[in-house]
Design a protein. Structure first.
Length: 310
C-alpha cells in the first residue's frame, strides 16, 4: 500500500512527502516536476488534465492521497487558479475514489473583510461569490467540492505557513525591507495565528493515523503572535536582513496598495500580492485550534516567541 502526495515539488507537499518517506512508507509524488526526494517515486501528472493510465494504475494500492497541489501566488491568473484548485481537485478525487483523502486548504476560506478572532472551522468557507479575488475563491470552491464528493475527507486549513523552504508570506515581507526598515500596516501590532510547516506535517501524519478524522481542521502554532515580534525573530533565524519595524497607517496602506494595483494594470503589469498583504493585515486573524487537538490528537509547537498581549 502506498501514500500519494500531489504537489510534492512544492513547499508543503514536499515536506509531507519527506515525512512519510522518513517513516518508510511507500510514497508516490504526483506532480509535473520531479521533487527528487530520497525514497519518493515520481509520476508525472498535470492535474488540470484527467489522470493518465500510469496514475490510474496506482489507485488500487493507494492508502491515502494528500492533495497538496496548488498555485503559490496570490496574483496568479484566475484561469490558472481555477484549473489547478478546482478542476485539478476534481481530477484527483476521480482518480482515487477509494483512498483516504486529505485535502490541503487554507484559512483564506474565511472572510478577509472582518477581524477574525478565535474562529472555529464552521465560520468557513464563505460563499465563493463573496471573495473579491480568485486566490481565496478557488480555495473555497475546492473545499466545497471535496465536502460534496468525499464528506469523509479531512481538510487542513493552516494559517500563513512559514519555515525552511517557504515561498510566500515571510519571503514577501523580506522583499519589502528597504535600508533595514520594514513598514507594516499598524506597525505590525496585529495578533496573528501563524503555522510552522512542521506543524502542518504533524497534522498530515495524524490524518493517516486517525482514519476517522473528517471535515475541516484549523492548523497553527498554539499561541497567536504579535506580527512584529514574529517577523523580527523569524528573520534573525532564517538569516534575513536585520530589520526595524516602522508604522504606516492601515487605511493609508490600503489606499496606496489599491492605487498602485490600478496603475500597474494600466501598464499591464498588475500584481495583486501587495494589496492582498495589506488587506490581510487590516485586522487580527486568530483561529480556534481545539479541533486539531481533540480529533487529530496532536499538540503543535510554538516555533517563534509567544506574544504577550497588553
Amino acid at each position: 500500500m502506498a501514500v500519494i502526495v500531489t504537489g510534492a515539488s512544492g513547499f508543503i507537499g514536499g515536506a509531507i512527502a519527506r515525512a512519510f518517506a522518513d517513516r518508510e512508507e511507500p510514497v508516490y509524488a504526483l506532480c509535473r516536476r520531479d521533487p527528487q526526494i530520497p525514497g519518493v517515486s515520481h509520476q508525472h501528472w498535470d492535474i488540470t488534465q484527467p489522470a493518465p493510465a500510469a496514475v490510474q494504475s496506482l489507485a488500487g494500492k493507494a492508502t491515502a492521497v494528500f492533495h497538496c497541489a496548488g498555485v503559490a501566488s496570490v496574483s496568479a491568473d484566475d484561469d490558472e487558479l481555477y484549473g489547478v484548485r478546482v478542476t485539478g481537485t476534481r481530477n484527483v478525487l476521480d482518480a482515487f475514489p477509494q483512498a483516504r483523502i486529505v485535502h490541503l486548504s487554507s484559512t483564506a476560506v474565511y472572510s478577509m473583510a472582518d477581524t477574525e478572532t478565535e474562529l472555529w472551522e464552521e465560520a468557513g468557507p464563505k460563499d465563493p461569490t463573496e471573495f473579491p479575488d480568485a486566490y481565496s475563491r478557488t480555495h473555497a470552491l475546492a473545499e466545497l467540492l471535496v465536502a460534496r464528493i468525499r464528506p469523509d475527507a479531512a481538510i487542513l486549513r493552516p494559517a500563513a505557513v512559514y519555515g525552511p523552504g517557504e515561498t510566500m508570506f515571510m519571503p514577501y515581507l523580506a522583499s519589502l525591507v528597504k535600508k533595514g526598515v520594514l513598514r507594516l500596516p499598524g506597525g505590525g501590532r496585529q495578533k496573528l495565528t501563524l503555522t510552522h510547516v512542521d506543524n502542518v506535517v504533524r497534522a498530515a501524519l495524524a490524518c493517516l493515523d486517525v482514519s476517522s478524522a473528517a471535515g475541516p481542521f484549523n492548523i497553527g502554532d498554539p499561541t497567536p503572535y504579535r506580527l512584529k515580534d514574529a517577523v523580527v525573530t523569524h528573520f534573525a533565524r532564517m538569516g534575513y536582513e536585520q530589520v526595524v519595524i516602522d508604522t504606516v497607517a492601515k487605511d493609508k496602506a490600503l489606499v496606496t496598495a489599491r492605487l498602485g494595483l490600478r496603475v500597474k494594470r494600466v501598464f499591464k503589469r498588475g500584481n495583486r500580492t501587495r494589496l492582498a498583504l495589506v488587506e490581510f493585515l487590516q485586522h487580527d486573524r486568530t483561529f480556534n485550534l481545539s479541533r486539531q487537538q481533540r480529533v487529530l490528537g496532536i499538540s503543535t509547537t510554538q516555533h517563534l516567541i509567544p506574544s504577550r498581549f497588553q
